[in-house]
Design a protein around this ligand. Structure first.
Ligand code: ADP
Length: 955
């Protein structure tokens, strides 16, 4: 706005100054004109005077010569030698010669020869002709001519008439004054007009004052210039008049020539000449002013536009500067030699070098190394016909700081394609560069990670189209994955899994949570399994990581198979052990059976002692076999807890009692301490608890030398309600165990002493079995000992408090018999013995005969079955393993028979496993006896079923 006001003011200022200039020029013109006019007037006056002077002088000279020539004529006449005869002719000749030179002045010449008068008249051809002598001497005043005469001593006289006006007129005609100029001759008091066509007296009248002045000046012979007023008939005016006095011989006094020009004519020329010039000049000036005004106006307008665009440009420039600052850059221009011509101020901030140094660096061929580098890059670009360069450059600032620069430069060529220079921008991109580097690094890390992930990585768009595939080391998949790019994932998976895959993919997209699908692909004959996990990579892409789980699948399958195989192996082991035990027990059975029979005979003391030794050996062998079987049963997980109600304190007492004799023999004090609570009835597997107690107490007695003590402690700790811990500890003062051995004691077959130097019997299985049993019953076994200082073995098991029951017929109250001989009378039974093995048959025959029973023998199951159908029997003692029809099959068949329901079947087998017993029960057997069959055990069983039979018969 301010600028606009300024512009308008400038405009008016220009107009005013322009007008002032015009006025000044007009004034200057006027004064110039006046000066010119004055100068012109003066020069005209000078010219007029000069003309007057020249003309007057010319006339004067002509008059003087005439006078001399006229004297010459007189002198001729006075010549004494004058030939009288020839006189007339000669005289004419002389007169002609003399007066012809003054045409206009002389009209007629009279020569008075005293006796005659000759007169000569001038002809039109300016020739003098002699006329008759009768003409008398003219008198003055009759004509225009004045008469002059001159006479000599002889009395000759010469007269001639003069016409001064005509004469003068002829002289002055070639003096050009001006068409308004007037030539006058003053003779005496009279003014005569000398202008052509004018005769006689002047028709111009000069104002009196000037005329008087002229007259007086003429009288004293002074040249004069006068400003006069004139009058010519009806017209009048002013003029400039020059008067020049001259000598008109002896003829006239006070002669002067007067040239006059009218004042108007003096200036009119000037006007016509200069006014035109002047006005042309003024017009030119005005035109110039107008032109300037217009061009000023235009200039102002364009200046306004310029200012506006300058404003815009400066705004742009400011913005650009801000941008440059923000960008951390500077702009530069260079010429074709690579010399920087201009560079923006930011260069110092970016490069750390002042502008001057920067400019210097690019000057000449030996600048800064970096400048030379950049120049050579430009040269290279030019050699490749590039129109720009765009590159990144590492630069070290003077302070040692390293920066990354980006140089973008446009190379400029002229119209014929010559390189003209360039302009460019250089920015500090260190920060972006570092970020980029970090990005590249992290990209590399990611790529490295991806490259080293054995999994298969796919990326997809949100519609499941495969964008990228990464497969490592899998030839079969690699070719597939390459072909997969651009294909829909859902077309790649087997058709039956398509829906599932689609669901997981879409769910992962929607929930942004990982979704997993297991895919099965076929590779020729084999199947390949993949666990595919879908998850969103960003808003537009999805990713899947697929893990080849084929081997895992195979392993899992293998695991199941291995488990089955192990199971089978375990079963095979159990079977082997069972078979083995069967095979060992059969002869053992015979052996021990015979011992039992021997025991029933009358023997002397020595025989009894030997028998005892044999019995013990047999028993310990049987125990070892039993332990091995127990452990293998536990290992195979075939052990079961059979809960019964019992009194812990009583049971402990029973087990400890077993060792009292031994302890006494060894000289070891064996004591038991039990809390009152242990007297209460509890529910649990008493057999197994006893087995553990037996083992621990047995070991303690075994490893405690003479004079030592074994203390057994029993207590109950209530956990909650019915549930209790039964805690038992066996402490001895025996040989103890080295600390490092303790953890291995519960390993099977582990013994502290090596077998070669063994002084203690045992299988090394006792503690292993005890530990397993205790753990099976929810407790634990702990061992603490120090070598030579005894050992403490403690265990706990969970027991339930038993509900109080009252037994009407307590079988346990039954008195124990020592001698079973002839029990058949007391407990009669009709018996079938089904046994195929001869040794066993002999043994059983011996035992049954010892007990006093009659019995019938069946060699296999089928025979037993036939016998049952033909005859009444009370009990069948049936071997399980028999040819033709085994014991189990036979039992099943018998149980199918009608009217034979009451017959008892007791299985006989070397197999001690519970499952064998269970099989027997399932087959319909009532009971089961493990071989080797001992006399007492068999007797008690027969007694039991005899009582059962008789009680059932009573009811
Ligand atoms: P064994 O049938 O050999 O006794 P165990 O498993 O019962 O098998 O015992 C393993 C070993 O532990 C024994 O051979 C013995 O070396 C050591 N041991 C067990 N109890 C005691 C104890 N009370 N004092 C010292 N050593 C013992």
């Amino acid at each position: 706005m301010k600028k606009r006001i300024g512009n308008r003011r400038d405009f008016w200022l220009t107009i005013i100054s322009g007008s002032g200039l015009v006025i000044l020029v007009v004034m200057l013109g006027v004064s110039f004109f006046i000066t010119i006019t004055d100068a012109e007037t003066n020069s005209r006056k000078r010219f007029l005077r000069k003309q007057t002077e020249l003309a007057a002088t010319e006339i004067e000279i002509a008059i003087d010569r005439f006078e001399v020539n006229a004297e010459g004529v007189i002198d001729y006449l006075e010549d004494e030698d004058l030939d009288e005869d020839d006189f007339g002719g000669d005289l004419t000749k002389v007169v002609k010669e003399v007066f012809n030179n003054y045409p206009g002045l002389i009209d007629t010449v009279w020569i008075n020869l005293q006796d005659s008068v000759i007169y000569l008249t001038r002809t039109e051809r300016n020739d003098f002709i002699r006329n008759g002598a009768h003409e008398g001497i003219p008198t003055n005043g009759s004509r225009d001519f004045e008469y002059f005469s001159n006479g000599n001593e002889l009395g000759f006289e010469i007269y001639f008439s003069l016409n001064p006006v005509k004469f003068s007129k002829d002289f002055v005609t070639h003096y050009y004054l001006h068409k308004e100029g007037t030539k006058l001759l003053m003779l005496g008091e009279e003014l005569r007009n000398l202008d052509q066509g004018q005769q006689g007296r002047s028709i111009i009248e000069i104002d009196d004052l000037s005329f008087q002045q002229i007259q007086s000046d003429v009288a004293i012979g002074v040249i004069g210039l006068y400003e006069i007023d004139w009058k010519k008939g009806p017209t009048s005016g002013s003029g400039v008049l020059v008067q020049y006095p001259f000598d008109f011989g002896d003829f006239y006094e006070n002669a002067a020539l007067l040239f006059m020009i009218e004042s108007e004519s003096v200036t009119s020329g000037i006007y016509s000449t200069y006014l035109l010039l002047f006005s042309g000049f003024v017009f030119l000036l005005i035109g110039t002013v107008i032109f300037f005004t217009l061009s000023l106006k235009n200039r102002l307008e364009s200046q306004k536009l310029l200012e506006e665009s300058a404003e815009e440009i400066s705004e742009l420039f400011d913005q650009q500067n801000i941008l440059l600052k923000e960008l951390r850059g500077f702009v530069f221009f260079h010429n074709f030699k690579g010399e920087i011509t201009r560079v923006s101020d930011e260069v110092e901030e970016i490069l750390g070098h002042p502008k001057s140094e920067f400019l210097e660096a690019f000057r000449g061929e030996e600048g800064h190394m970096d400048a030379l580098n950049v120049k050579s890059l430009v040269k290279e670009a030019l050699s490749q016909y590039k129109s720009f360069i765009d590159l990144e450059y590492d630069f070290e600032k003077p302070d040692g700081l390293k920066v990354r620069l980006r140089i973008f430069e446009k190379l400029v060529f002229d119209e014929v394609g010559r390189f003209n220079g360039g302009l460019g921008i250089c920015t500090d991109i260190t920060a972006q560069f570092q970020i980029n580097q970090e990005l590249i690094e992290s990209g590399k890390r990611l790529q490295n990670l991806i490259d080293n992930i054995p999994d298969i990585i796919f990326t997809y768009d949100n519609n499941g189209i495969v964008l990228e595939a990464h497969v490592k080391d899998q030839k079969f998949l690699k070719s597939r994955s390459d072909a997969a790019i651009g294909v829909s994932l859902f077309d790649l998976v087997p058709i039956e899994q398509r829906e599932q895959t689609q669901f997981a993919f879409n769910l992962a997209r929607k929930t942004e949570q990982i979704q997993t699908v297991d895919l099965k692909l076929r590779d020729g004959e084999d199947n390949q399994y993949f666990e595919v996990r879908f998850f969103p990579l960003d808003t537009k892409r999805m990713m899947s990581i697929s893990k080849d789980i084929t081997s895992q699948r195979i392993w899992e399958k293998g695991l199941v198979e291995a488990m089955n195989a192990a199971d089978q192996a375990s079963r095979a082991k159990s079977e082997f052990l069972a078979n083995m035990s069967h095979e060992i027990r059969t002869p053992m059975n015979g052996l021990l059976g015979i011992i039992d029979l021997l025991d029933q005979t009358t023997l002397d003391a020595e025989q009894l002692q030997y028998l005892d030794i044999i019995k013990n050996s047999g028993n310990s062998l049987l125990n070892i076999i039993k332990d091995i079987l127990d452990y293998s049963k536990i290992e195979a997980g075939k052990i079961e807890i059979n809960s019964t109600v019992f009194c812990p304190a009583d049971e402990l007492e029973k087990q400890v009692n077993i060792f009292y004799g031994l302890a006494q023999k060894k000289g070891v004090i064996l004591t038991t301490i039990y809390e009152p609570e242990t007297k209460e009835l509890m529910e649990g597997d008493v057999e197994k608890i006893n087995q553990v107690i037996l083992n621990l107490v047995g070991n303690a007695v075994k490893f405690t030398p003479k004079g030592g003590t074994v203390k057994v402690n029993l207590e109950i700790e209530n956990i909650s309600g019915e549930i209790n811990y039964l805690k038992c500890s066996v402490k001895d003062s025996g040989i103890g165990i080295p600390a490092e051995e303790i953890p291995r004691l519960t390993d099977p077959f582990y013994q502290v002493e090596s077998s070669s130097s063994r002084s203690y019997q045992g299988s090394g299985l006792g503690l292993a079995i005890a530990k397993k049993i205790v753990e099976l019953m929810g407790g634990e076994l702990s061992i603490s000992s120090e070598q030579g200082k005894g050992a403490l073995f403690a265990f706990s098991v969970i027991l339930k408090k038993a509900p109080i029951i009252f037994s009407e017929n307590p079988i346990s109250e039954m008195p124990k018999r020592r001698n079973w001989n002839g029990m058949a009378r007391e407990y009669p039974m009709r018996i079938i013995l089904a046994e195929d093995n001869d040794l066993n048959l002999q043994l059983m025959t011996l035992i049954l005969e010892q007990l006093g029973y009659d019995f019938e023998v069946a060699k296999n199951g089928q025979e037993a079955l036939d016998m049952v159908q033909q005859k009444e029997f009370d009990i069948i003692l049936m071997d399980v393993q028999m040819p033709v029809l085994n014991g189990l099959e036979a039992a099943k068949e018998i149980r199918k028979l009608e009217g034979k329901e009451k017959i008892f079947i007791v299985g006989l087998s070397a197999n001690v496993f519970e499952e064998d017993q269970k099989k027997a029960v399932d087959a319909g057997m009532d009971d089961y006896l493990t071989k080797p069959i001992r006399l007492v055990a068999l007797a008690e069983k027969i007694k039991e079923y005899s009582l059962k039979r008789s009680s059932s018969e009573m009811t």
